[in-house]
Design a protein around this ligand. Structure first.
Ligand SMILES: *Cc1c(COP(=O)(O)O)cnc(C)c1O
Length: 456
């Protein structure tokens, strides 16, 4: 038998509210054509993000019941710490309410009021970049050149460019407090980083005496890509691969809303005693006592169980296969997608798909609007709407206009995805009728969340 099925059955269901095209046209108008302004009740298939949208397992819900809400020293913390150390044996494990809280703490202690620092990464995620920049320091993206070409079908497009990293460390090493790798490379299409690249990055870090930190939100998906694509890993379990990945790191930041299969949570983990002490001091100011760090005891229990489930081979096989299933079907239809399909999302290259729409009329937004209008599917423009707004109010085209369809973990079945494929097939067949949009109102920054659009 070759068919890969969802490795779970459904015990508790969340009904979807069916809506008609004409109803959705009304909702769109009310939302000023900004999909963030929709009520999620009015969305049929919500592919806005894979963050915090995972379905928890029966074991995780049972763990919720076991949550111990003691202020200090809760057994739930020790369960979580034990589960994490099984994969990532960092000396200090510091829970936070989500990933960006860990970033905020890490970068404020690293910067130590200095403003001449450079933190390299394959590609910084937007909150990571913003947290570095808010300390007055520089976030530098050094992903390999191939990682920037959406059409190139290569196995490890998340790899960092080791030559440019070496150049940086040689020229300005004293300004680099840590080196980072984001696994998988979220902002680069969810592309994985190879073990070879992690190993060589670590070797460079050792040569220049720099700690290596992982932004490890999708560590299990990255590990499974290594198993599938990198020589020498076929016979290793995902857990063994994850353990090897973390053996090269001196610290990690994590959004548990991704590969810890929970709806809220995160952590900072590291080996350095002095940094850990400083981190805990800030944690107490902003998040809470170090054994709960902004979370309930029950959240810590759910993370502990999620960390066991995320490295199960059947889960990962289903996860990576089902995302690829969606992408491959679109590719077959001739819809241009970012290749290869990453772990957590399928990205459509809307500027290439809709060449008749001027990029200043946001082909990505036009496609996202049409997916909602026709099929009730919510996706997210990642292009000029999101990145084009300049601090002086002008607009600069983003390098690409993508539409991201992120896959919540264990939430949708194959027939939901078949429905999305059918919707996109119909849009593709009639794509010449799609029109762009104008932005009729925007806030001074981060406009994609709240701006208003008007159809052309
Ligand atoms: C989601 C994410 C973050 C931020 O985590 P939050 O839990 O959303 O605060 C940081 N880095 C990467 C790569 C992410 O995907």
């Amino acid at each position: 038998m070759k068919t890969i099925i969802e490795p779970f059955r459904i015990k508790s269901v969340e009904p979807l509210r069916m809506t008609s095209v004409s109803e959705r046209e009304l909702y769109l108008k009310k939302a000023n054509y900004n999909l963030f302004a929709l009520k999620s009740d009015d969305v049929l298939i919500d592919l806005l993000t894979d963050s915090g949208t995972s379905a928890m397992s029966t074991k995780q819900w049972a763990g919720i019941q076991m949550g111990d809400e003691s202020y200090a020293g809760s057994p739930s913390f020790y369960r979580f710490e034990h589960a994490l150390k099984e994969l990532a044996p960092f000396k200090h494990i510091i829970p936070t309410h989500q990933g960006r809280a860990a970033e905020k703490i890490l970068f404020s202690i690293l910067s130590d009021n200095k403003h001449d620092q450079i933190i390299p990464n394959n590609t910084h995620f937007d909150t990571t970049r913003a947290n570095i920049e808010s300390t007055g320091n520089q976030a530098l993206d050094l992903v390999q050149q191939q990682g920037l070409d959406p059409q190139l079908d290569l196995p490890f497009k998340g790899d960092i460019d080791l030559i440019r990293l070496r150049d940086l460390l040689e020229a300005k090493g004293e300004h680099v407090p840590i080196v980072m790798l984001t696994i998988t490379n979220n902002s680069g299409g969810g592309q994985p980083v190879s073990m070879e690249n992690i190993r060589q990055t670590k070797a460079l870090c050792q040569e220049f005496d720099k700690p290596l930190f992982l932004d490890a939100c999708r560590f299990a998906e990255n590990a499974y890509f290594i198993k599938l694509r990198e020589v020498g890993y076929q016979d290793k379990t995902p857990k063994e691969i994850v353990q090897e990945i973390f053996s090269y790191a001196d610290g990690m930041i994590m959004s548990a809303k991704k590969d810890a299969l929970v709806n809220m949570g995160g952590w900072l983990a590291l080996n350095d005693d002095d940094l850990a002490m400083k981190a805990r001091n800030i944690l107490i100011l902003t998040e809470g006592f170090p054994t709960y760090g902004g979370l309930s005891g029950r959240d810590l229990e759910a993370m502990a169980v999620g960390l066991e489930e995320i490295v199960e081979e059947d889960y990962l096989n289903y996860r990576i296969t089902s995302t690829a299933y969606f992408g491959k079907a679109l590719d077959k239809l001739g819809i241009p997608i970012v290749k290869p399909v990453g772990g957590h999302a399928v990205y459509i290259d809307a500027r290439t798909m809709l060449p008749h729409i001027d990029p200043h009329n946001y082909p990505g937004q036009a496609l996202a609007i049409e997916m909602y209008r026709l099929g009730g599917i919510r996706s997210c423009e990642i292009g000029t709407v999101m990145f084009g707004q300049q601090p002086d109010g002008s607009e600069k085209l983003a390098t690409v206009d993508l539409v991201r369809m992120a896959m919540p973990r264990r939430v949708y079945t194959q027939s939901h995805i078949d429905y999305c494929i059918e919707c996109l097939a119909e849009i593709h067949a009639n794509k010449n009728t799609l029109r762009g949009v104008d932005i009729s109102w925007q806030p001074p920054m981060l406009r994609h969340f709240t701006c208003h659009f008007t159809p052309k």
